[in-house]
Design a protein around this ligand. Sequence first.
Ligand code: DQA
Length: 144
Amino acid sequence: MKVLIINGPNLSRLDIRDSAIYGDLSYPQLVEFISSAARELGLDADIRQSNEESEIIGWLHEAADSNSPVIINPAAFTHYSYAIRDAAELVKAPLIEVHLSNPLAREEFRHTSVISGVANGTIGGFGPDSYALALRALVKLLKK
Ligand code: DQA
């Protein structure tokens, strides 16, 4: 089973972001971690990253059209992109929101997610394991 994993803006630069918040993995290392966690569960992860809202919306349309499950870390778009929320709502297969950090333990502007309401669930605060946990949750949802 294919799963589309979408990473939003600035996640490609984990190497220069605050490691106290985002951990020590570079983006290529995160991609490797997610791919291997997916492989262990028998999933084929298509992992993409974009700094552009319109590109992410296009990928969500693609998932809606192909009925593909999605794991999305919308990064800063989490907090204000109604356009990404509306596109996520079109995905009828399971869609899980993930974050490396725990946004609720950070600045107030990060306490709002406009995406959570259209996701099956949200996992944050576990570093790369947030993705591994989301993949496990996804497998269960797909079996239902
Ligand atoms: C993030 C949390 C967001 O608030 C932030 O803008 C990001 C990354 C996370 O994975 O912890 O870029 O989504």
